[in-house]
Ligand binder design. Structure first.
Ligand code: OAD
Length: 248
């Protein structure tokens, strides 16, 4: 068996997309039954949509919040969390970058995580800017913050047309610069800047691996492509789990 990560004392960056949560029962965005098949992106996931109809946008995100809370991490999330523990306990470095907003990686035990598109479980006040954990599923809409301005709350999500949160891209690029391997799991490779990170890794001659159910749009940019479902492939191929005690 060729493991994707053979030794723990390394610097690894993993990036995930909706595909890793598919086996937990969370809809992906594109393709048959994808979330964007039933919703026009610009009607629910853009600043213009929110100014036009905050109640519609909140209903969409509350439905997704309820769905994420009712789902559980799968074997793919758990394998990524175990990889981090294996690496960190051997003195290596690990960063998980996820485009997912469902919180399943943290629930699986991942520690060093950048949620580059935000989180369904976090809200932000449009008046005072406060960002806070928010798992409420029953809200009077549109929700207001308890700050003096009684500001309108919004989901802490990076919408189309918005930039990533300050500092995130710098942290991600810095980790890729230092890494030995960049592993990308369950993403279609068409939404930027996430899709462009493999180009950045290649420009630094890093080893790149992709695990995906179907070939992503940028498949030719990876050194290795493993076709398969994350929940099945990762437990078997990500790292030598049986030997991890004392290895390295
Ligand atoms: P997509 O829905 O575009 O792509 C999901 C990818 O996962 C596809 O390439 C599938 O082949 C693959 N896939 C499906 N099931 C899988 C499984 N069990 N194991 C492995 N791979 C599987 O989702 P993303 O690429 O994550 O952004 O989408 C990127 C961004 O576009 C999202 O973060 C979201 C969306 O619009 C925002 O909301 C800002």
């Amino acid at each position: 068996m060729n493991w994707i990560v053979e030794k723990p004392k390394q610097r690894i960056v993993v990036m995930t997309g909706a595909g890793i949560s598919a086996e937990s029962g969370i809809q992906t965005f594109r393709g048959a039954n994808g979330l964007w098949e039933n919703h026009r992106i610009e009607e629910v996931a853009s600043p213009a949509a929110f100014s036009r109809d905050p109640v519609l946008v909140w209903n969409f995100y509350l439905q997704r919040r309820r769905q994420a809370l009712s789902c559980r991490p799968n074997a793919g999330h758990l394998a990524v969390a175990e990889l981090e523990k294996w690496i960190v306990s051997a003195g290596g470095d690990f960063l998980l970058v996820t485009q997912n907003v469902d919180g399943l990686h943290s629930r699986a035990g991942s520690g060093n995580v950048i949620e580059m598109h935000g989180s369904l479980m976090t809200s932000r006040c449009t008046a005072c800017g406060q960002i806070f954990p928010d798992k409420r599923t029953d809200l009077e809409l549109p929700p207001r913050h308890n700050c003096p301005e009684k500001g309108l709350l919004r989901p802490h999500i990076v919408w189309f047309g918005e930039s990533l949160f300050p500092g995130d891209m710098e942290r991600i690029e810095c980790a890729i610069e230092k890494c030995d391997m960049f592993i990308v799991i369950g993403t279609s490779g068409i939404v930027y800047p996430a899709a462009g990170l493999v180009n950045f890794a290649n420009s630094l001659e890093k080893r790149t691996v992709c695990v995906n159910k179907e070939a992503p749009a940028n498949v030719e940019l990876f050194d290795t492509f493993i076709r398969g479902e994350a929940g099945k492939e990762l437990p078997q191929r990500l790292f030598p789990r049986k030997n991890r005690e004392g290895d390295g």
